[in-house]
Each structure stands twice: as C-alpha cells, then as structure tokens.
Ligand binder design. Sequence first.
Ligand SMILES: [Zn+2]
Length: 698
Amino acid sequence: MISKHARLIFACALTFAAVCLPALAQDNPLLAPYTTPYQTPPFDKIQNAHFIPAVQEAIKLHDAEIQSIADNPAAATFDNTITAMDMAGELLSNVTGVFYSLSGTMNSPEIQDIAKQLSPLLSAHNDNIWLNEKLFARVKNVYDRRSSLKLSAEQLYLLGNMYRDFVRRGALLNEEQKARLREINQESSLLGLKFRNNNLTETNESYIVIDDTADLAGLPDNIVAMGADDARIKNLPGKWVFTAQRPSWTPFLQYADNRKLRQKLYTAYAMHCNRDNDYDNKGLLQKLFVLREERCRLLGHRIPATFYLEDRMAKTPEVVDSFLWKLWQPALKRAKAELAEMQAIADREKAGIKLESWDWWYYAEKLRKEKYDLDDAALRPYFSTANVEKGIFLLAEKLYGLGFVERKDIPIYHPEVKVYEVRESNGKAIGLLYTDFFPRESKGSGAWSGSFRSSFMRDGKRVIPLATVVCNSSKPTATTPSLLSIDEAKTVFHEFGHALNTLLSTAAYRSEYAQQDAVELPSQIMENWVLEPEFLKLYARHYQTGEIIPLDMVERLKNSYLFNKGFESTEYLAACFLDMAWHELESAKDMNVTEFEAKAMADIGLIPEILPRYHSVYFGHMMGGYSAGYYSYNWAGVLDADAFEAFKETSLFDKKMATAFRKNILERLGTEDAMTLYKRFRGREPKVEPFLERNGLL
Ligand SMILES: [Zn+2]
C-alpha cells in the first residue's frame, strides 16, 4: 500500500519562511532551517515536545501566507493565486511530514496524545483555507478563465484539481452548511485517529503464549527462534510467543500442527477491535460513516461512493462494481477448487476434519509441497533482506541506471533505519531513500511508502525528495539473518516501486493530485520481476553458501505462480466489496456492524472458509485515502500487467521501454490525467487480458 502522510495541501515560499521564522525556532529544531546534508529532518535533535509548538507556529505562518494571497489587491493570476497557494505552507507540511511518519513507525502513548491534540488544530486549519471565500473567489476567477490563459497541461491539471478540491471541501456551501461541515471534519478526524490507535493496541494485544515444546511441532527452526525472541520482548523468557503481526501469524498458521492453537491465533487476529472492550471499533465505525454520509449529502452526493470516486480513473461506483463482479466468479471458482484439493489431502491423511478458515494456510502449505514440490522454509534462505535489497537496487540500476550509496551521516529516527543517496548514472544525486524493514511494537502493521518531503521545483531548481520504505518483514533471529517469504520479498519490491515514483518525480508543483486508483501502478509493476528466472539468478543467493537459487527451484517457483491465487483473489475481492458496501450505504444510522458485514459477504456468496482480507473494524484502508478505493490494487493491476507485457514483448530490462515508463509514469504521475499518461507510455489504453491471465481468472 501507499500512505502518504495526510498532505497539508499547500506550502509556503521560502522567502516568507525566512522572513517570518519565529523566535521559537532557536529552540525548536523543527522550525529552524535544517542544517543536515540535503536538509533532512534532524532526528537526533527532534523531541516529542517540539511537535505541537512547531505545528502551531507553522499554522500561523501558513495562515499569514494564505491571507496575503486572498488580500492581494492585484487581479487574480495563475502565478499570484495558484502557484502562490501551492508554495504556501511548506514549513507546515515539513513538520507534519515528520510527525505522521513517526506516528506510523515510532508510535507511543505520547505520540498518540500529540496526534490527538494536533488533529483538531489541523482539521480547523484546513477548513479555514478551503472555506475562505476571498481565496476561493480568486481561484474560481482563474479557473473560469482557464482556457484563455495559455497554461501547460500540468498547470491545467493542478488548477482543475485545486478548484475541485475547494468545491469538494465545501467552498460552494452557505454559512450554516459550512459551520456544520467544520464540525463533521473535526469529529471525523478524531474518530479516525481513535480507530487507528485501537487497531494498533489490539494488534499488540493479540498473541498466544506457548510453554510446551510439543505445541511447536511442525514449525521450522527460524520461526521457533522468532517466537522465542518475541517471548523475550514480552518478558516471558523460556516461552514462545506468536502474534497477530503477519511475519509471526502467517508462518504459525502455515506450519503449526496443533490445530487448536492455529484456531486460537487465527481468531485472536480476526476478532481484534471486535471484543466489546475499550478498543472495539464497531460503534466508532458506525459513527464515522454517519458523519461521512452527512458530509457527502451536504456536498450534493446521495452516497459517499460517488463523492470519493469522482476524481479517480474509475469515476463511478457502477464502474467499480462491474469491474469487481467480472473478477469475482472466476476467483471464487478457483478458490473452491483449491479448497477441494486441500480437503482431499486432509481426507487422505485421515485428519477427520472439515477444513475451516484457520486450516487454509496449513493445508495450502501441504498442497504447495505436494503439487509444486515447493517449501516456503526451503525458499527463504535465498531471500534474505540483504539480498532482496540488492535485488531492488539492481533492478533500478538495470532499468533506470540508478545507483544507491548508503549515507551513515544522515540522522535517523531508529537504529534499524538505513539511508541511501540515490544517484543517476552520471553520479548526480536525485533523492534520499530511508528503509525501515522490521516489525516492532511501536510500528503500525502492513507496509507502506511515504516521504518526509516530495520533489518540486523551486526557482527553477528541483528540490530533492526524501522517500521512505517501511515494512514489517521477518526479523533476524539470534542465529539467522532476516529471511523473507516470497510474499514478503514482493512487498519490498512493491514499496520500493512507490519510492521510485517519489524519487524520480519531476513535478513542478508541491500539491499532489495522483489519482488514487493509479498510484499502485509504479509499485505493483515491480512485483512482476521478482520471480522472473532471468532476474532471480542475479539476486537470489543462499545467505550461507552464496549459491545462486537452483534452476529447478526457479522452474518450480515459476510453475507455482498460480498457487493459492484463488484464495488471494477471493479474500481481496471480498474486502473490496465490503469497502464498496459501506460507501454505497445511504444511512449507517441504525445498522448493526456485524450483521451488515455478514449480509454484504452473503450477497456475494463468500464461502465460510475464507474471510474478507480485513474485517470492517480493522479495515484501515477505509479510513484514509482508500475510502471506496480498496479496488485500486486490482484496477492498477490491469495497468501494471499490461505495462509489464511491454517488457515481456521485448526484453525484461529493455532500456527504451524502461525510459518510456520512467518519463511518462514514474516522473509524471499526478501531474496529468493517469489514462493520458498511460497512453503516452503504451501508445494505447491498457488491455485487461494480461491481468486475467496472470491471476488465473480467464
Ligand atoms: Zn502500494
């Protein structure tokens, strides 16, 4: 996934910042100009106590900038209004960029408390901008004259989006409606925050403790070692702990012979935030949707889905629904066939059980061994984090001529973080990449890519972007380095693709308007290379012997590409339908969350052996940029499968094709309409067939 920190719209010209920097700046490293290499955040100096005063000062500065744009006696022009707004608030987005990155990676009760205090401040501040009538009048003035202004495609795209943003945030409403909208925004932002914090707390609370070695039967040594490490962290030396974090949860379900314990851990995860305790998200979610519906109605939409979709590639809920339905039946059919194959194994082994959802991973692993002669544990030694990291850098070098040099002199926020300077083939530095690979209690689950600063042009010079890649990969143990599953390796490539998008951007402006259902194209395309034999032999080496992954293993890996694809597609699509069901709801007022979800899943005919990838109560995507947008992964899947076909038609490392992808997509996504950019790269619209074929859905 990608989760850019909630981008604070506009930012401020440096000239303003230089003039207006408050006296506080001397004591607050967030407010003083960064004197680090490439002006990176001085994490060695930043303390939690700095955030609130820094945000308060940065808001004041941004307000002053906005006011001077609104009060400008000169007639509105693109430069004095649109460009000026784009440049305003830079300090604020730098400060919040640091804060929200840390709240994802270094969360603590103190950080949660700061977030709680910042949320209403920022929400009110944003509303002050979007609901500023004088400002909107100037934007509208420029927008209404856009066709006569001789603007570039990028400027027109920025102007159109900025105007629409004002409208979508209430600029056309009357005073009473605006006041209500402010209340809704305030309340929603706090509820959203609580939802995420509950999710983190409950994930950390969902684990099982094992004290009898017999209960470890079936688990590979490195997974047992990981369990022992996690027990030590929880002050339970001599025992083993398995948690709801994917690197612990998934292998336990794959290998543990003790079915009761599999059920226990599986259920611990599936029930988190749904235990009728202080961290239960059911009521909160319902409240949030009631507010969301009211906001959308105020803005002229009957249901939230039409509101969220209007600026995406898909444009309407009907298009999304019909897209999902097209994939659903073949996916479900495939999943049912997989289930039958697994049940046959259980029957043959005389297990005497009917498979349940907590058995899926365990029997899938048996099926993988039997059908493809592949064993996750035998593969992992070829995918150490160090080798996978070499792999991503090598791919970026082969495709785009990039080089990566570790910089140990740049301040980091945690000892596990590494920083790389990213260079063009001519040696010119174009950005910095921060990597943070392993889980810890303070880190949110999942994986994402973000930035402390995006790239843009200031006075004709490109500002160097600071991109991050954050994962929750399998940790090193006392005896082995971090050894990744294939899925984890793919995740690293995926997030690195997002980071390339940030690192290579040549956007002129700071405002980011990438269509949300296109942003997974740069990331997902990278996953295509991971298992290509020609590429595997360049990076997948055994961590102990240095031996290249054996050819027959590569062959078996390739054959197993469709392994468990029915399950993966089904649990994913079920969550997409769930997300759409919530956003197509007219009123959540009197609903029962559990019954609503059950009905939504019954409506599509989901089988009980598979749960949606996320239950509503911990479906974090619905909270942020992916509202009515979880479908985006498959939507962008159509784009990335079609784009990768272009490489397969020529060569996997075809320079010409790579350059076209870089110039039209990686550098430009978010500066023009995504379909226009795609057609410029491919010479035509994407075809759906490569995606269907890749996922066994034809
Ligand atoms: Zn992503």
